[in-house]
Design a protein around this ligand. Structure first.
Ligand SMILES: Cc1cc2nc3c(=O)[nH]c(=O)nc-3n(C[C@H](O)[C@H](O)[C@H](O)COP(=O)(O)OP(=O)(O)OC[C@H]3O[C@@H](n4cnc5c(N)ncnc54)[C@H](O)[C@@H]3O)c2cc1C
Length: 500
Protein backbone atom coordinates (compact mmCIF):
# COMPACT_ATOMS: atom_id res chain seq x y z
CA UNK A 1 0.00 0.00 0.00
CA UNK A 2 1.33 3.44 -0.86
CA UNK A 3 2.08 5.78 2.06
CA UNK A 4 -0.67 8.17 1.04
CA UNK A 5 -3.17 5.31 1.06
CA UNK A 6 -2.20 4.09 4.52
CA UNK A 7 -2.52 7.68 5.74
CA UNK A 8 -5.97 7.79 4.18
CA UNK A 9 -7.00 4.65 6.05
CA UNK A 10 -5.49 5.95 9.27
CA UNK A 11 -7.50 9.14 9.28
CA UNK A 12 -10.57 7.31 8.03
CA UNK A 13 -11.02 5.29 11.21
CA UNK A 14 -11.56 8.46 13.25
CA UNK A 15 -14.88 9.66 11.95
CA UNK A 16 -16.58 12.56 13.68
CA UNK A 17 -19.65 10.98 15.21
CA UNK A 18 -21.84 11.52 18.22
CA UNK A 19 -20.46 9.66 21.24
CA UNK A 20 -23.26 7.09 21.50
CA UNK A 21 -22.87 6.13 17.86
CA UNK A 22 -19.11 5.66 17.90
CA UNK A 23 -19.10 1.90 18.22
CA UNK A 24 -21.72 1.31 15.53
CA UNK A 25 -20.07 3.85 13.27
CA UNK A 26 -16.68 2.20 13.74
CA UNK A 27 -18.18 -1.21 12.98
CA UNK A 28 -19.82 0.15 9.83
CA UNK A 29 -16.68 2.02 8.85
CA UNK A 30 -14.63 -1.09 9.61
CA UNK A 31 -16.76 -3.05 7.14
CA UNK A 32 -16.26 -0.38 4.51
CA UNK A 33 -12.49 -0.27 5.06
CA UNK A 34 -12.24 -4.04 4.85
CA UNK A 35 -14.46 -3.97 1.77
CA UNK A 36 -12.31 -1.33 0.08
CA UNK A 37 -9.14 -3.27 0.88
CA UNK A 38 -10.57 -6.48 -0.48
CA UNK A 39 -11.78 -4.72 -3.62
CA UNK A 40 -8.34 -3.21 -4.04
CA UNK A 41 -6.90 -6.72 -3.89
CA UNK A 42 -9.49 -8.23 -6.26
CA UNK A 43 -9.81 -5.33 -8.71
CA UNK A 44 -6.62 -3.32 -8.19
CA UNK A 45 -6.86 -1.15 -11.28
CA UNK A 46 -10.58 -0.52 -10.77
CA UNK A 47 -10.66 0.52 -7.11
CA UNK A 48 -9.89 4.15 -6.39
CA UNK A 49 -9.18 6.16 -3.25
CA UNK A 50 -9.45 9.87 -2.62
CA UNK A 51 -5.86 10.53 -3.56
CA UNK A 52 -6.25 9.17 -7.10
CA UNK A 53 -7.14 11.23 -10.19
CA UNK A 54 -9.71 8.59 -11.22
CA UNK A 55 -11.57 9.09 -7.94
CA UNK A 56 -11.60 12.86 -8.43
CA UNK A 57 -12.77 12.57 -12.04
CA UNK A 58 -15.60 10.23 -11.10
CA UNK A 59 -16.62 12.56 -8.28
CA UNK A 60 -17.19 15.34 -10.81
CA UNK A 61 -19.73 13.28 -12.77
CA UNK A 62 -22.83 14.14 -10.78
CA UNK A 63 -25.64 16.49 -11.62
CA UNK A 64 -25.85 18.18 -8.23
CA UNK A 65 -23.03 19.85 -6.42
CA UNK A 66 -24.30 18.15 -3.24
CA UNK A 67 -23.50 14.68 -4.62
CA UNK A 68 -20.26 15.80 -6.28
CA UNK A 69 -18.65 17.84 -3.52
CA UNK A 70 -20.27 17.08 -0.14
CA UNK A 71 -20.11 13.30 -0.29
CA UNK A 72 -16.80 11.45 -0.05
CA UNK A 73 -16.90 7.67 -0.40
CA UNK A 74 -14.10 5.71 1.25
CA UNK A 75 -13.42 4.16 -2.13
CA UNK A 76 -14.96 4.02 -5.58
CA UNK A 77 -14.99 0.86 -7.67
CA UNK A 78 -15.71 0.47 -11.38
CA UNK A 79 -16.85 -2.93 -12.70
CA UNK A 80 -16.15 -3.68 -16.35
CA UNK A 81 -18.06 -6.96 -16.49
CA UNK A 82 -20.90 -8.82 -14.82
CA UNK A 83 -18.28 -10.96 -13.04
CA UNK A 84 -16.61 -7.83 -11.61
CA UNK A 85 -19.98 -6.68 -10.31
CA UNK A 86 -20.70 -10.10 -8.76
CA UNK A 87 -17.41 -9.88 -6.86
CA UNK A 88 -18.25 -6.36 -5.67
CA UNK A 89 -21.72 -7.33 -4.45
CA UNK A 90 -20.28 -10.33 -2.60
CA UNK A 91 -17.64 -8.14 -0.96
CA UNK A 92 -20.12 -5.52 0.28
CA UNK A 93 -22.41 -8.27 1.59
CA UNK A 94 -19.60 -10.16 3.32
CA UNK A 95 -18.30 -7.05 5.11
CA UNK A 96 -21.74 -5.47 5.57
CA UNK A 97 -20.27 -2.38 3.91
CA UNK A 98 -22.57 0.49 3.05
CA UNK A 99 -22.58 1.38 -0.63
CA UNK A 100 -24.22 3.43 -3.38
CA UNK A 101 -24.79 2.53 -7.03
CA UNK A 102 -24.20 5.13 -9.71
CA UNK A 103 -25.08 5.05 -13.40
CA UNK A 104 -25.33 8.56 -14.90
CA UNK A 105 -25.33 10.39 -11.53
CA UNK A 106 -28.34 12.56 -12.41
CA UNK A 107 -30.40 11.89 -9.30
CA UNK A 108 -31.43 14.98 -7.36
CA UNK A 109 -31.56 12.97 -4.15
CA UNK A 110 -28.34 13.46 -2.20
CA UNK A 111 -26.82 10.08 -1.42
CA UNK A 112 -28.83 8.22 -4.06
CA UNK A 113 -25.74 7.51 -6.14
CA UNK A 114 -22.84 8.51 -3.90
CA UNK A 115 -22.16 7.71 -0.26
CA UNK A 116 -20.15 9.35 2.47
CA UNK A 117 -17.72 6.92 4.11
CA UNK A 118 -19.06 4.04 2.02
CA UNK A 119 -18.25 2.30 -1.26
CA UNK A 120 -19.55 3.86 -4.46
CA UNK A 121 -20.05 1.38 -7.28
CA UNK A 122 -19.61 3.43 -10.44
CA UNK A 123 -21.15 1.56 -13.37
CA UNK A 124 -19.59 3.77 -16.07
CA UNK A 125 -17.44 0.83 -17.23
CA UNK A 126 -20.53 -1.19 -18.22
CA UNK A 127 -20.90 0.78 -21.42
CA UNK A 128 -21.19 -1.69 -24.28
CA UNK A 129 -23.93 -1.65 -26.93
CA UNK A 130 -24.50 -4.85 -28.92
CA UNK A 131 -26.99 -5.06 -31.76
CA UNK A 132 -28.90 -8.33 -32.23
CA UNK A 133 -28.23 -10.26 -35.44
CA UNK A 134 -31.69 -9.44 -36.79
CA UNK A 135 -31.24 -5.69 -36.02
CA UNK A 136 -34.39 -5.67 -33.87
CA UNK A 137 -32.91 -5.07 -30.42
CA UNK A 138 -29.71 -4.21 -28.59
CA UNK A 139 -28.14 -5.17 -25.30
CA UNK A 140 -27.16 -1.86 -23.73
CA UNK A 141 -24.73 -1.63 -20.80
CA UNK A 142 -26.37 0.05 -17.83
CA UNK A 143 -23.49 2.48 -17.21
CA UNK A 144 -23.94 4.16 -20.60
CA UNK A 145 -25.24 7.67 -20.87
CA UNK A 146 -28.04 7.99 -23.40
CA UNK A 147 -25.83 10.20 -25.56
CA UNK A 148 -23.28 7.39 -25.86
CA UNK A 149 -26.07 4.96 -26.84
CA UNK A 150 -27.53 7.34 -29.45
CA UNK A 151 -24.02 7.89 -30.84
CA UNK A 152 -22.88 4.27 -30.70
CA UNK A 153 -21.57 3.39 -34.19
CA UNK A 154 -23.37 0.02 -34.03
CA UNK A 155 -26.66 1.91 -34.05
CA UNK A 156 -25.80 5.03 -36.06
CA UNK A 157 -24.27 3.04 -38.92
CA UNK A 158 -27.61 1.25 -39.34
CA UNK A 159 -29.71 4.43 -38.80
CA UNK A 160 -31.17 2.98 -35.60
CA UNK A 161 -32.20 4.47 -32.27
CA UNK A 162 -33.92 3.53 -29.00
CA UNK A 163 -36.50 4.89 -26.57
CA UNK A 164 -34.19 6.78 -24.19
CA UNK A 165 -33.84 10.04 -22.29
CA UNK A 166 -34.21 13.46 -23.82
CA UNK A 167 -31.01 14.72 -22.15
CA UNK A 168 -27.91 12.84 -23.26
CA UNK A 169 -26.00 12.99 -19.98
CA UNK A 170 -28.70 11.02 -18.11
CA UNK A 171 -27.67 7.44 -17.29
CA UNK A 172 -29.39 4.37 -18.70
CA UNK A 173 -29.66 2.82 -15.20
CA UNK A 174 -31.57 5.32 -13.08
CA UNK A 175 -33.68 6.50 -16.02
CA UNK A 176 -35.05 3.02 -16.88
CA UNK A 177 -35.49 1.80 -13.30
CA UNK A 178 -37.50 4.95 -12.53
CA UNK A 179 -39.72 4.85 -15.64
CA UNK A 180 -38.21 7.00 -18.38
CA UNK A 181 -39.96 9.85 -20.20
CA UNK A 182 -38.64 9.88 -23.76
CA UNK A 183 -39.40 11.86 -26.91
CA UNK A 184 -40.68 8.46 -28.10
CA UNK A 185 -43.04 8.02 -25.13
CA UNK A 186 -46.02 9.37 -27.10
CA UNK A 187 -45.72 6.27 -29.27
CA UNK A 188 -43.90 3.73 -27.05
CA UNK A 189 -44.93 4.71 -23.50
CA UNK A 190 -42.51 4.84 -20.58
CA UNK A 191 -39.06 3.75 -21.71
CA UNK A 192 -39.05 1.00 -19.05
CA UNK A 193 -42.05 -0.57 -20.78
CA UNK A 194 -39.96 -1.14 -23.89
CA UNK A 195 -37.34 -3.22 -22.01
CA UNK A 196 -37.33 -6.85 -23.17
CA UNK A 197 -34.84 -8.25 -20.68
CA UNK A 198 -32.82 -7.12 -17.64
CA UNK A 199 -29.64 -8.84 -16.47
CA UNK A 200 -29.42 -8.39 -12.69
CA UNK A 201 -26.83 -9.20 -10.02
CA UNK A 202 -28.67 -10.17 -6.85
CA UNK A 203 -27.53 -9.71 -3.26
CA UNK A 204 -26.11 -13.26 -3.06
CA UNK A 205 -23.94 -12.58 -6.11
CA UNK A 206 -26.01 -14.70 -8.50
CA UNK A 207 -26.95 -13.38 -11.93
CA UNK A 208 -30.52 -13.65 -13.19
CA UNK A 209 -32.50 -12.60 -16.22
CA UNK A 210 -35.77 -10.80 -15.74
CA UNK A 211 -38.07 -10.94 -18.75
CA UNK A 212 -41.58 -12.10 -19.65
CA UNK A 213 -40.66 -15.76 -19.11
CA UNK A 214 -37.85 -15.72 -16.54
CA UNK A 215 -38.60 -14.07 -13.20
CA UNK A 216 -41.62 -12.15 -14.56
CA UNK A 217 -42.35 -10.59 -11.15
CA UNK A 218 -38.87 -9.13 -10.97
CA UNK A 219 -39.28 -7.97 -14.59
CA UNK A 220 -42.41 -6.07 -13.56
CA UNK A 221 -40.83 -4.69 -10.37
CA UNK A 222 -37.75 -3.31 -12.10
CA UNK A 223 -39.99 -1.13 -14.27
CA UNK A 224 -40.51 1.74 -11.84
CA UNK A 225 -39.28 -0.05 -8.70
CA UNK A 226 -35.83 1.58 -8.65
CA UNK A 227 -32.76 0.08 -7.03
CA UNK A 228 -34.53 -2.07 -4.42
CA UNK A 229 -33.90 -5.52 -5.89
CA UNK A 230 -30.37 -5.82 -7.26
CA UNK A 231 -27.93 -4.10 -9.57
CA UNK A 232 -28.86 -4.23 -13.24
CA UNK A 233 -25.86 -4.77 -15.52
CA UNK A 234 -27.46 -4.47 -18.96
CA UNK A 235 -30.84 -4.26 -20.66
CA UNK A 236 -32.17 -5.59 -23.92
CA UNK A 237 -34.24 -2.90 -25.65
CA UNK A 238 -35.90 -2.68 -29.07
CA UNK A 239 -34.21 -0.59 -31.74
CA UNK A 240 -35.96 1.13 -34.63
CA UNK A 241 -35.15 3.19 -37.69
CA UNK A 242 -34.77 6.83 -36.75
CA UNK A 243 -34.18 9.68 -39.16
CA UNK A 244 -33.51 13.20 -38.04
CA UNK A 245 -36.10 14.83 -35.82
CA UNK A 246 -37.91 18.17 -35.92
CA UNK A 247 -37.21 20.40 -32.93
CA UNK A 248 -38.51 23.89 -32.19
CA UNK A 249 -38.41 26.24 -29.23
CA UNK A 250 -40.74 29.19 -28.71
CA UNK A 251 -41.14 31.84 -26.03
CA UNK A 252 -44.37 33.70 -25.37
CA UNK A 253 -45.28 36.95 -23.66
CA UNK A 254 -46.63 36.44 -20.13
CA UNK A 255 -50.04 37.79 -21.25
CA UNK A 256 -50.33 34.95 -23.74
CA UNK A 257 -49.58 32.23 -21.23
CA UNK A 258 -53.29 31.35 -20.70
CA UNK A 259 -53.70 30.68 -24.44
CA UNK A 260 -50.53 28.60 -24.53
CA UNK A 261 -51.67 26.49 -21.60
CA UNK A 262 -55.11 25.98 -23.17
CA UNK A 263 -53.34 24.74 -26.31
CA UNK A 264 -51.25 22.43 -24.15
CA UNK A 265 -54.30 21.02 -22.38
CA UNK A 266 -55.89 20.30 -25.78
CA UNK A 267 -52.68 18.78 -27.12
CA UNK A 268 -52.50 16.45 -24.09
CA UNK A 269 -56.16 15.45 -24.36
CA UNK A 270 -56.22 14.87 -28.10
CA UNK A 271 -52.73 13.38 -28.54
CA UNK A 272 -53.39 13.18 -32.26
CA UNK A 273 -49.85 12.54 -33.36
CA UNK A 274 -47.92 9.95 -31.28
CA UNK A 275 -44.65 11.26 -32.71
CA UNK A 276 -45.24 14.76 -31.36
CA UNK A 277 -44.07 15.78 -27.92
CA UNK A 278 -43.60 19.02 -26.02
CA UNK A 279 -42.98 20.57 -22.64
CA UNK A 280 -43.28 24.03 -21.14
CA UNK A 281 -40.73 25.47 -18.72
CA UNK A 282 -41.23 28.72 -16.82
CA UNK A 283 -37.97 29.87 -15.26
CA UNK A 284 -37.12 32.87 -13.13
CA UNK A 285 -33.56 34.07 -13.18
CA UNK A 286 -32.72 35.39 -9.74
CA UNK A 287 -29.70 37.37 -10.92
CA UNK A 288 -31.54 39.34 -13.59
CA UNK A 289 -34.83 39.44 -11.69
CA UNK A 290 -36.85 38.26 -14.65
CA UNK A 291 -38.93 35.26 -15.69
CA UNK A 292 -39.34 33.71 -19.11
CA UNK A 293 -41.14 30.74 -20.57
CA UNK A 294 -39.94 28.31 -23.20
CA UNK A 295 -42.01 25.70 -24.98
CA UNK A 296 -40.10 22.91 -26.65
CA UNK A 297 -41.69 20.96 -29.50
CA UNK A 298 -40.33 17.76 -31.04
CA UNK A 299 -41.63 15.54 -33.79
CA UNK A 300 -39.65 12.30 -33.85
CA UNK A 301 -40.90 11.51 -37.37
CA UNK A 302 -39.55 14.89 -38.42
CA UNK A 303 -43.04 15.67 -39.65
CA UNK A 304 -42.91 19.43 -40.11
CA UNK A 305 -46.31 19.45 -41.80
CA UNK A 306 -48.02 17.83 -38.80
CA UNK A 307 -50.92 20.05 -37.72
CA UNK A 308 -50.48 19.12 -34.04
CA UNK A 309 -48.44 22.20 -33.19
CA UNK A 310 -50.61 24.61 -35.21
CA UNK A 311 -52.63 25.96 -32.26
CA UNK A 312 -49.36 27.07 -30.66
CA UNK A 313 -48.15 28.67 -33.87
CA UNK A 314 -51.22 30.93 -33.92
CA UNK A 315 -50.25 32.51 -30.58
CA UNK A 316 -47.94 35.54 -30.87
CA UNK A 317 -44.44 34.54 -29.86
CA UNK A 318 -40.83 35.66 -29.93
CA UNK A 319 -37.45 33.93 -29.94
CA UNK A 320 -38.64 31.16 -32.23
CA UNK A 321 -36.20 28.64 -33.57
CA UNK A 322 -36.53 25.31 -35.29
CA UNK A 323 -34.10 22.75 -36.58
CA UNK A 324 -33.88 19.26 -37.98
CA UNK A 325 -31.36 17.33 -35.92
CA UNK A 326 -30.46 13.79 -35.00
CA UNK A 327 -31.23 12.20 -31.67
CA UNK A 328 -27.63 12.53 -30.46
CA UNK A 329 -27.43 16.27 -31.16
CA UNK A 330 -30.84 16.90 -29.66
CA UNK A 331 -29.92 14.99 -26.50
CA UNK A 332 -26.67 16.96 -26.30
CA UNK A 333 -28.49 20.24 -26.62
CA UNK A 334 -30.74 19.33 -23.69
CA UNK A 335 -27.91 18.13 -21.47
CA UNK A 336 -27.00 19.98 -18.37
CA UNK A 337 -23.39 19.05 -17.83
CA UNK A 338 -22.87 17.13 -14.59
CA UNK A 339 -20.42 18.45 -12.05
CA UNK A 340 -21.72 21.98 -12.34
CA UNK A 341 -21.24 24.19 -9.34
CA UNK A 342 -24.93 24.43 -8.55
CA UNK A 343 -26.71 22.91 -5.63
CA UNK A 344 -30.15 21.65 -6.56
CA UNK A 345 -33.50 20.66 -5.13
CA UNK A 346 -36.40 19.25 -7.14
CA UNK A 347 -39.86 17.83 -6.52
CA UNK A 348 -42.71 16.55 -8.63
CA UNK A 349 -46.49 16.30 -8.64
CA UNK A 350 -49.02 14.92 -11.09
CA UNK A 351 -52.24 16.64 -12.14
CA UNK A 352 -55.27 15.64 -14.11
CA UNK A 353 -55.17 17.38 -17.46
CA UNK A 354 -58.84 18.25 -17.87
CA UNK A 355 -59.44 21.91 -16.93
CA UNK A 356 -55.94 22.25 -15.50
CA UNK A 357 -55.20 25.70 -16.96
CA UNK A 358 -56.23 27.76 -13.88
CA UNK A 359 -54.06 25.55 -11.67
CA UNK A 360 -51.07 25.85 -14.01
CA UNK A 361 -51.52 29.64 -14.12
CA UNK A 362 -51.61 29.76 -10.34
CA UNK A 363 -48.36 27.77 -10.10
CA UNK A 364 -46.75 30.05 -12.69
CA UNK A 365 -47.82 33.14 -10.74
CA UNK A 366 -46.31 31.73 -7.52
CA UNK A 367 -42.97 31.25 -9.26
CA UNK A 368 -43.06 34.78 -10.72
CA UNK A 369 -43.76 36.07 -7.25
CA UNK A 370 -40.33 34.91 -5.99
CA UNK A 371 -38.50 37.28 -8.31
CA UNK A 372 -39.91 40.11 -6.22
CA UNK A 373 -38.75 38.49 -2.99
CA UNK A 374 -34.95 38.99 -2.85
CA UNK A 375 -34.71 37.56 0.68
CA UNK A 376 -36.18 34.28 -0.51
CA UNK A 377 -34.04 34.06 -3.61
CA UNK A 378 -30.75 35.24 -2.08
CA UNK A 379 -28.02 32.97 -3.44
CA UNK A 380 -30.32 31.33 -5.99
CA UNK A 381 -29.48 31.15 -9.66
CA UNK A 382 -32.75 29.97 -11.10
CA UNK A 383 -36.12 28.66 -9.98
CA UNK A 384 -38.17 26.84 -12.59
CA UNK A 385 -41.30 24.79 -13.13
CA UNK A 386 -42.05 22.41 -15.99
CA UNK A 387 -45.31 20.98 -17.34
CA UNK A 388 -45.16 17.81 -19.45
CA UNK A 389 -48.11 16.05 -21.09
CA UNK A 390 -48.67 12.43 -20.08
CA UNK A 391 -50.94 11.31 -22.88
CA UNK A 392 -53.27 8.32 -22.49
CA UNK A 393 -51.14 6.28 -24.87
CA UNK A 394 -48.03 7.10 -22.84
CA UNK A 395 -49.44 5.94 -19.51
CA UNK A 396 -51.66 3.06 -20.59
CA UNK A 397 -49.12 0.23 -20.25
CA UNK A 398 -49.91 -2.46 -17.73
CA UNK A 399 -46.34 -3.77 -17.67
CA UNK A 400 -44.86 -1.51 -15.01
CA UNK A 401 -45.23 -0.92 -11.29
CA UNK A 402 -46.71 2.60 -11.54
CA UNK A 403 -50.33 1.52 -11.17
CA UNK A 404 -51.44 3.93 -13.90
CA UNK A 405 -52.89 1.27 -16.22
CA UNK A 406 -56.48 1.88 -15.13
CA UNK A 407 -56.06 5.60 -15.73
CA UNK A 408 -58.36 6.65 -18.54
CA UNK A 409 -57.63 10.37 -18.56
CA UNK A 410 -54.38 12.03 -19.62
CA UNK A 411 -52.26 13.70 -16.96
CA UNK A 412 -49.76 16.51 -16.57
CA UNK A 413 -46.38 15.71 -15.05
CA UNK A 414 -45.23 18.72 -13.05
CA UNK A 415 -41.79 19.40 -11.63
CA UNK A 416 -40.15 22.32 -9.85
CA UNK A 417 -36.47 22.90 -9.27
CA UNK A 418 -34.20 25.51 -7.76
CA UNK A 419 -30.46 25.95 -8.31
CA UNK A 420 -28.24 27.88 -5.91
CA UNK A 421 -24.56 28.26 -5.22
CA UNK A 422 -23.69 28.29 -1.54
CA UNK A 423 -24.16 25.46 0.95
CA UNK A 424 -25.09 28.10 3.54
CA UNK A 425 -28.45 28.31 1.77
CA UNK A 426 -29.08 24.53 1.72
CA UNK A 427 -31.43 24.45 4.67
CA UNK A 428 -33.36 27.46 3.42
CA UNK A 429 -34.03 26.04 -0.04
CA UNK A 430 -34.68 22.55 1.28
CA UNK A 431 -37.27 23.84 3.77
CA UNK A 432 -38.80 26.31 1.33
CA UNK A 433 -39.11 23.72 -1.42
CA UNK A 434 -40.72 21.27 0.93
CA UNK A 435 -43.25 23.97 1.88
CA UNK A 436 -43.77 24.82 -1.78
CA UNK A 437 -44.49 21.19 -2.61
CA UNK A 438 -47.02 21.08 0.19
CA UNK A 439 -48.64 24.34 -0.97
CA UNK A 440 -48.87 23.21 -4.60
CA UNK A 441 -50.17 19.77 -3.61
CA UNK A 442 -52.90 21.32 -1.47
CA UNK A 443 -53.84 23.75 -4.23
CA UNK A 444 -54.12 20.90 -6.73
CA UNK A 445 -56.08 18.84 -4.23
CA UNK A 446 -58.55 21.62 -3.51
CA UNK A 447 -59.13 22.15 -7.22
CA UNK A 448 -59.81 18.41 -7.62
CA UNK A 449 -56.86 17.97 -9.97
CA UNK A 450 -54.27 16.21 -7.82
CA UNK A 451 -53.34 12.74 -9.04
CA UNK A 452 -51.50 10.61 -6.45
CA UNK A 453 -48.70 9.53 -8.83
CA UNK A 454 -45.22 10.69 -7.78
CA UNK A 455 -42.70 10.10 -10.56
CA UNK A 456 -39.65 8.36 -9.07
CA UNK A 457 -37.20 10.00 -11.47
CA UNK A 458 -38.20 13.50 -10.36
CA UNK A 459 -39.03 12.77 -6.71
CA UNK A 460 -37.49 14.72 -3.83
CA UNK A 461 -35.90 12.93 -0.89
CA UNK A 462 -39.00 13.52 1.25
CA UNK A 463 -41.52 12.26 -1.33
CA UNK A 464 -42.92 8.72 -1.37
CA UNK A 465 -43.09 7.57 -5.00
CA UNK A 466 -43.63 3.86 -4.25
CA UNK A 467 -46.59 4.57 -1.97
CA UNK A 468 -48.12 6.54 -4.82
CA UNK A 469 -48.29 3.34 -6.94
CA UNK A 470 -51.19 2.09 -4.77
CA UNK A 471 -51.37 -0.41 -1.90
CA UNK A 472 -51.58 -3.45 -4.15
CA UNK A 473 -48.52 -2.57 -6.20
CA UNK A 474 -46.54 -1.50 -3.14
CA UNK A 475 -47.27 -4.85 -1.49
CA UNK A 476 -46.30 -6.71 -4.65
CA UNK A 477 -43.04 -4.74 -4.88
CA UNK A 478 -42.25 -5.60 -1.26
CA UNK A 479 -43.02 -9.28 -1.91
CA UNK A 480 -40.65 -9.27 -4.88
CA UNK A 481 -37.96 -7.59 -2.79
CA UNK A 482 -38.49 -10.20 -0.05
CA UNK A 483 -37.93 -13.00 -2.57
CA UNK A 484 -34.94 -11.56 -4.40
CA UNK A 485 -33.22 -9.72 -1.56
CA UNK A 486 -34.38 -11.55 1.60
CA UNK A 487 -31.71 -9.94 3.81
CA UNK A 488 -32.51 -6.45 2.56
CA UNK A 489 -28.97 -5.79 1.32
CA UNK A 490 -30.13 -3.20 -1.23
CA UNK A 491 -32.20 -1.45 1.42
CA UNK A 492 -30.06 -1.59 4.55
CA UNK A 493 -26.60 -1.33 3.04
CA UNK A 494 -27.62 1.13 0.32
CA UNK A 495 -29.14 3.83 2.55
CA UNK A 496 -29.26 6.78 0.15
CA UNK A 497 -31.62 5.44 -2.53
CA UNK A 498 -35.36 5.91 -2.33
CA UNK A 499 -36.70 2.73 -0.72
CA UNK A 500 -39.99 0.84 -0.74
C1 LIG B 1 -30.62 17.28 -16.88
C2 LIG B 1 -31.61 16.17 -16.61
C3 LIG B 1 -32.42 15.71 -17.63
C4 LIG B 1 -33.34 14.68 -17.40
N1 LIG B 1 -34.12 14.24 -18.43
C5 LIG B 1 -35.03 13.27 -18.20
C6 LIG B 1 -35.89 12.79 -19.24
O1 LIG B 1 -35.81 13.21 -20.39
N2 LIG B 1 -36.81 11.85 -18.91
C7 LIG B 1 -36.91 11.32 -17.65
O2 LIG B 1 -37.76 10.45 -17.43
N3 LIG B 1 -36.09 11.72 -16.67
C8 LIG B 1 -35.17 12.68 -16.91
N4 LIG B 1 -34.37 13.10 -15.88
C9 LIG B 1 -34.48 12.45 -14.57
C10 LIG B 1 -33.60 11.19 -14.57
O3 LIG B 1 -34.25 10.18 -15.32
C11 LIG B 1 -33.37 10.68 -13.14
O4 LIG B 1 -32.67 11.64 -12.41
C12 LIG B 1 -32.61 9.35 -13.15
O5 LIG B 1 -32.67 8.77 -11.87
C13 LIG B 1 -31.18 9.55 -13.54
O6 LIG B 1 -30.55 8.33 -13.75
P1 LIG B 1 -28.96 8.25 -13.63
O7 LIG B 1 -28.57 6.87 -13.90
O8 LIG B 1 -28.36 9.34 -14.43
O9 LIG B 1 -28.77 8.66 -12.11
P2 LIG B 1 -28.02 8.00 -10.87
O10 LIG B 1 -27.97 9.12 -9.89
O11 LIG B 1 -26.76 7.34 -11.26
O12 LIG B 1 -29.04 6.88 -10.40
C14 LIG B 1 -30.33 7.18 -9.95
C15 LIG B 1 -30.82 6.05 -9.03
O13 LIG B 1 -30.86 4.83 -9.75
C16 LIG B 1 -30.04 3.84 -9.11
N5 LIG B 1 -29.38 3.04 -10.14
C17 LIG B 1 -28.71 3.52 -11.21
N6 LIG B 1 -28.26 2.49 -11.95
C18 LIG B 1 -28.66 1.36 -11.33
C19 LIG B 1 -28.49 -0.03 -11.62
N7 LIG B 1 -27.83 -0.43 -12.70
N8 LIG B 1 -29.03 -0.94 -10.79
C20 LIG B 1 -29.70 -0.53 -9.68
N9 LIG B 1 -29.89 0.76 -9.36
C21 LIG B 1 -29.37 1.70 -10.18
C22 LIG B 1 -29.05 4.64 -8.28
O14 LIG B 1 -28.57 3.87 -7.20
C23 LIG B 1 -29.90 5.82 -7.84
O15 LIG B 1 -30.67 5.47 -6.72
C24 LIG B 1 -33.45 14.11 -16.11
C25 LIG B 1 -32.63 14.58 -15.07
C26 LIG B 1 -31.73 15.60 -15.32
C27 LIG B 1 -30.88 16.08 -14.19
Amino acid sequence: MKLSQSYWFFISIFPTVALGGIQTALQATGGVIKGCLELQRLLPSQTFFADSPEYQTQQSHYWTSQQATDIHPRCRVTPYSTDDLRSIVKVVGRHQATFATKSGGHSTVSGASNIDDGITVDLAGLNSTELSVDDSSAWVGIGNTWFSVYRDPTLTSAGLSVTGARAGTVGVGGFLLGGGFSWHSGRNGWACDTVLDFEVVLANGSVVSANENDNPDLFWALKGGGSNFGIVTKVKIPVFKQDSMYMATTSYEGNDLPDVLVAMEDFTAEAEDPDAGLFMTIACDAKWGMCYNVMMFVNTASNTSSSTFEPFEKIPSFENGSEIMDMGDLSKMLSDQPGTKFRKEKFTLTFRNHRSVPLMLYLASRIHHYVHDPAYLRGARVIAITFQPLTSRHISSSGNAFGLDAEKEPLILFSAEVHWESSTRDQHFHDEFQSLESLFRKEAESSGLLHPFVYLNYAASWQKPFESYGDRNLKRLKDVRGRFDPDGVFTKLQPGSLHL
